[in-house]
Design a protein around this ligand. Structure first.
Ligand code: NAI
Length: 462
């Protein structure tokens, strides 16, 4: 039995950041992780491996569709799936080993195994019980189940199985037109799979700006993805040679069946708290199974905190990192605050989709007067040279004060460009502040400045 200032349960982006930050601030820290490698879902079976596959298949798409137009002649590359998976595994390995290195560097003990909390100040891992002044639950999330759809991770898969399919399927049905469904759907569509996305609502990516969602749906269709919206999946039936997915269209209750080879279930995630002994320890939860915390991440039990996907808020790796960083600072007696209105969201498809702050829909709902400055990437020289003219930047600013309220980008490197606006918003900037800031030419970011100009007197290039 060992005694620590802090034991973090889970080594995903929330947990490892919290552990490292706390160690940097002088605490004696341990982190419990039951997987063979550190990094949680994000590094092992989520963000990182999916980005490897998105990158590889984007290169393939470029070779197939744009190389000849640039005078790069020759046959498009042939896909060696095993090699692509090996590249993905190598990317994971480099990242998980990186966290292991950081743990050693910061003298953080990795307690290998699955943790439970037998009581305040105690964490049990295997047969050992450790003591800690502070315990942080950062155990993440798991794919939500859907009635009538039984996951086997081979034919009916979650994102985990979708990252390691034995072969590239001819057909794939994706249930859920959210982030996972569209990122993984894009990967397989580029690999030649006939992908059909079935979404319950009447539009894709609920919560995103409506205009972005509409443009995105059009682009995905152009890329060959079939999208069925307003459809409720009734169930799946795995047969010897095919799998049937049955759904009803909500507008007329008509019943439909679609044959496929693989089904990806991507209808959301739920907190993963199995085995922690939350009920026995008396740790309160919300009706949706999230651990209840206050603004300082405190649960209903003294000395036990929770961060990341197990608590309320967007289930995003960087939001979990923000939680973990802030909590470690608080535990060390420092001031810390996270502005959850300024957590950007990114979908890593091609083109990327990124947003921060309010959407037009939410501003209308709030009755808040606003102005929208929108420019197309068609007016951006750099984007045109790279066949990336489809898409736009939309900046939303307060009608009276010009303060930036939100931004929505669909286009090249949107996920990187969004941070300029996020920082500006953090400083309470106006659209004019961005419009007056020099932006290098030729860059994609010029479109952000043009959108800011569009909130005022108007852009130069449109
Ligand atoms: P999601 O919440 O993004 O999307 C789920 C979609 O499924 C929604 O559009 C919803 O309307 C639809 N849906 C729900 N029930 C359905 C049903 N019965 N039939 C058809 N459609 C149905 O969830 P997703 O994509 O599974 O991702 C889970 C979490 O992981 C999200 O919080 C997401 O933000 C996060 N994530 C973030 C990534 C990123 O930041 N790039 C990448 C991957 C995941």
């Amino acid at each position: 039995m060992a005694s620590y200032d802090l034991i973090v349960i889970g080594s995903g982006p929330g947990g490892y950041v919290c552990a490292i930050r706390a160690a940097q601030l002088g605490m004696k820290v341990a982190c419990v992780e039951g997987r063979d490698t550190l990094g949680g879902t994000c590094l092992n079976v989520g963000c990182i491996p999916s980005k490897a596959l998105l990158h590889a298949t984007h290169q393939l798409h470029e070779a197939e569709h744009n190389f000849a137009a640039m005078g790069l002649m020759g046959a498009a590359p042939r896909v060696d799936w095993e090699k692509m998976l090996a590249y993905k595994a190598d990317t994971i390995g480099q990242n998980t080993k990186g966290i292991e290195f950081l743990f050693k560097k910061n003298k953080i003990d990795w307690l290998k195994g699955w943790a439970s909390i037998p009581g305040a100040g105690k964490v049990k891992v295997g047969d050992d019980t450790h003591e800690a002044r502070h315990i942080v639950i950062a155990s993440g999330s798991e794919s939500s189940p859907l009635k009538g759809v039984e996951v086997d991770e081979e034919t009916i898969v979650t994102s985990t199985g979708a990252l390691s399919l034995k072969k590239i399927p001819k057909r794939m049905v994706v249930i859920g037109g959210g982030v996972i469904g569209l990122e993984m759907g894009s990967v397989y569509a580029r690999l030649g799979t006939q992908v059909t996305v079935i979404e319950y609502l009447d539009r894709l990516i609920p919560g995103a700006d409506g205009e972005v969602a509409k443009t995105f749906q059009r682009m995905l269709k152009k890329q060959g993805l079939d999208v069925v919206t307003g459809a409720a999946v009734q169930g799946t039936e795995v047969l010897k040679t095919k799998t049937k997915v049955s759904y009803t269209l909500r507008k007329d209750d008509s019943a439909h069946v679609i044959d496929t080879d693989v089904v990806l279930l991507a209808t959301g995630r739920r907190p993963f708290t199995e085995g922690l002994g939350l009920d026995a320890a008396g740790i309160a939860r919300t009706p949706r199974g999230q651990i209840k915390v206050d603004a300082r991440y405190r649960t209903s039990i003294d000395g036990v905190y929770a961060i990341g996907d197990v608590i309320e808020g967007p289930m995003l790796a960087h939001k979990a990192m923000d939680d973990g960083h802030a909590l470690a600072d608080m535990l060390a007696g420092h001031a810390a605050v996270v502005d959850y209105n300024l957590v950007p969201g990114v979908i890593y498809t091609s083109p990327e989709v990124a947003s921060v702050g309010a959407t037009e829909e939410t501003l209308k709902e709030q009755g808040r007067p606003y102005k929208a400055g929108k420019v197309s990437f068609m007016s951006n020289g750099r984007a045109k040279a790279m066949f990336q003219g489809d898409g736009f930047v939309k900046l939303l600013a307060d009608k009276d004060t010009d303060r930036i309220l939100g931004a929505h980008i669909i286009g090249p490197y949107a996920g990187d460009m969004i941070h300029e606006i996020t920082v500006a918003m953090q400083f309470g900037a106006s659209a004019e502040d961005i419009a007056l800031t020099s932006h290098a030419h030729p860059t994609f970011s010029e479109a952000v400045r043009e959108a800011a100009l569009a909130c005022g007197d108007g852009p130069i290039h449109a």
